[in-house]
Design a protein around this ligand. Structure first.
Ligand code: NCD
Length: 637
């Protein structure tokens, strides 16, 4: 039996992390006790490493154990095409623990499934690096006395930095506050934010970043907090009242630590690595308010920390690296002591999903092991019923990326339909009986021999002329409120909201003879959530949201969760001057407090009903209309 692994920081409970810290405090004793006497560790590093590998190897030797290794994985059987599954299986019969670093997200999880001994993730692609997080937390605790209530500023490449992802989840669990200072275009990924929110109740609020950006250029600060103020992110208008509440909320903030990271060039597409990047230097050290702020870095650094910081007592990154040895001694001792025990309560397991059909849903992350080496994986997901707007979400168990389920099918009756919130209970029933099929496309469902379910009769509640005049009226109102067309950005939520945004843009051009910028936002994507639609200029670079007047457009507002997710993405990507919301239909029920500023039509409707906006562009041969119908559960159909 394999025993305990450390793949994600979520594999350890807070209590266990504290136990590991206590063991690290007694590292000299672990050394004299020869706590790993007679055991062998294998290190498999498919990516470069200095600290992680050497500190693991040093830790094992100090515990009286020994180490075997491939000095270069390119010189191993990998070069002959061996899968990670086979490598893990074979090497686990030579060693008592595997320490693995790989360039694919989720690769270490896949290897753990084939290994017969504990596996430790020493970094998997841009995903996680949990043992680094143990060093980081230990360092913070040593310097600051505890973790709860600390405010940690994470800075730099938050998108690709795997150390950051493990760290923010851990900080949230220990009830620390997090301020993000992302380099332009390198904000925290959606899957990281979603887990922060769903599992730990953390949300983003934009922060008046003047005091931070004075010393760290090229960034915009965001505040992640579990408590009350996060509701501020839901205000669709960041007006002066909200802004002053935000200011007072952060003006008293004591910054305990700055956690700086390197630009992860190796994870960026060629030609996209050149943008500006924040640095910390003399200016930071001079500021009175940072007099007790320690500067951390997982290392290696490139040029984001100036040499002055090395000489200052607050620059503690070499100490942080030195803690790597006692912490990894403690971790190894902890895992060996666990023997064949299974995780205690570490991960809360939502519903696990695996397709009963030969074609299964595909993770959208191009660097996920399930795409890179399908033969070493089984496409498995957590099924979450809590997505924005009641969406059904699949979370890849290897790389954590999430995506929205469009089509569900019943494997027994071979029927399929579009997923809708009203089907939640039916789908849960199918899942329990392992009869739930999920498809990537209609084509795939039909290929597997599925036929469509029928829905109840439809009633048209808005016709083409009415939709047209609603768009016209909303456009007039927006123009009336917006004095500065230069600042204006019409941003539609994909797909229908984006089409409506384009129509509003075209209508503005008709009324004013000026074309506003139009963009679209995708809630469930793995990176690149924002895209310019017009002017369609491939040279124009990324859309700039800072100081813009944004009109967020969607077709229907119901629970409000879609809008909330969109606002999170917007505030993450550069702080606009204001965000207002325009919807064609308001169904009049909310789970979160968002209020549209422009409404085409109010259509109060029940949970069992579905309001669908059909637009020519999306439905091909249809005319524009809004229909309402009841959901007949497939069980009744
Ligand atoms: C980090 C890594 O490999 O993710 N290094 C480390 O383990 N200390 C950070 C980095 O490479 O930037």
């Amino acid at each position: 039996m394999p025993g305990r692994n450390l793949i994600s920081i979520a594999d350890l409970s807070n209590n266990e992390i504290e136990q590991i810290f206590e063991l690290a405090d007694s590292a000299p004793k672990l050394r004299s006790d020869k706590a790993a006497d007679g055991r062998i560790m294998a290190t498999l590093f498919y990516e470069p490493s200095t600290r992680t590998r050497l500190s693991f190897e040093s830790a094992m030797q100090r515990l009286g154990g020994s180490v075997i290794s491939c000095s270069d994985m390119k010189a191993s059987s990998t070069a002959k095409g061996e899968t990670v599954a086979d490598t893990a299986k074979v090497v686990s019969s030579y060693a008592d623990v595997l320490v693995v670093r790989h360039y694919w997200d989720g690769a270490v999880q896949a290897m753990a499934e084939y290994a017969d001994v504990p596996v430790i993730n020493a970094g998997d692609g841009g995903h996680e690096h949990p043992s680094q997080t143990l060093c980081d937390l230990y360092t913070l605790k040593k310097e600051k006395g505890g973790l709860k209530g600390l405010t940690v500023v994470i800075c730099g490449d938050l998108k690709n930095g795997r150390t950051i992802h493990s760290l923010v989840w851990a900080l949230a669990r220990f009830e620390a506050n997090i301020v993000t200072l992302a380099a332009n275009g390198m904000e925290l990924p959606q899957y990281v934010l979603e887990r922060l929110e769903r599992d730990y109740g953390y949300s983003l609020a934009p922060v008046a970043s003047g005091d931070l950006s004075a010393v760290v250029t090229e960034t915009d600060a965001l505040y992640l907090t579990p408590k009350q103020p996060h509701q501020l992110a839901l205000f669709t208008e960041v007006d002066s009242v909200v802004q002053s509440r935000l200011n007072s909320m952060v003006s008293g903030l004591r910054y305990d630590a700055f956690y700086m990271t390197r630009k992860q060039k190796e994870r960026m597409k060629e030609g996209t690595t050149g943008s500006s990047y924040p640095t910390i230097g003399a200016g930071f050290l001079r500021e009175q308010r940072f007099k007790d702020t320690v500067v951390m870095h997982p290392l290696p650094r490139v040029d984001e920390l100036s040499p002055e910081v090395d000489k200052d007592r607050r620059g503690i990154y070499f100490k942080q690296a030195a803690y790597g040895v006692p912490i990894r001694m403690a971790l190894l001792k902890f895992l060996f002591d666990q023997g064949e025990r299974k995780p205690l309560s570490g991960k809360q397991r939502p519903t696990r999903y695996e397709s009963p059909e030969r074609l299964a849903p595909q993770c959208p992350n191009a660097n996920c092991i399930t795409l890179k080496e399908p033969s070493s994986t089984r496409r498995r997901f957590d099924l979450l019923f809590t997505g924005a707007g009641g969406a059904l979400i699949l979370r890849c168990i290897y790389c954590d990326h999430r995506f929205k389920v469009q089509l569900v099918g019943h494997a027994k009756s071979k029927r399929y339909c579009a997923y809708d919130i009203a089907l939640a209970d039916t789908v849960k029933g199918w899942l329990r009986k392992k009869e739930l099929a999920i498809f990537n496309s209609i084509k795939e469902a039909e290929e597997l021999g599925y036929e469509p379910y029928k829905s109840g009769p439809q009633r048209t509640v808005m016709d083409e002329a009415e939709i047209h005049s609603a768009v016209e009226a909303m456009t007039r109102q927006i123009l009336g409120d917006c004095s500065d067309l230069e600042r204006l950005l019409i941003l539609g939520i994909r797909t229908k909201g984006s089409l409506l945004a384009q129509r509003i843009g075209a209508e503005m051009e008709r009324q004013q003879e000026r074309k506003p910028e139009v963009g679209e936002i995708e809630i469930y994507s793995s990176g690149d959530e924002l895209r310019r639609v017009s002017p369609a200029d491939p040279e124009a670079g990324p859309m700039n949201l800072k100081d813009r007047t944004i009109i967020l457009v969607d077709d229907v507002i119901y629970t409000g969760r879609t809008v909330k997710s969109a606002l999170t993405i917007i505030f993450q990507s550069g702080r606009p001057q204001s965000v207002r919301l325009a919807v064609l239909i308001d169904r009049g029920h909310r789970e979160v407090p968002v209020k549209p500023n422009y409404v085409g039509k109010n259509i109060p409707s029940s949970e069992r009903e579905r309001v669908r906006v059909k637009l020519r562009e999306a439905e091909h041969d249809e005319r524009d209309k809004v229909v309402i119908y009841s959901i007949i559960s497939p069980a009744e159909a």
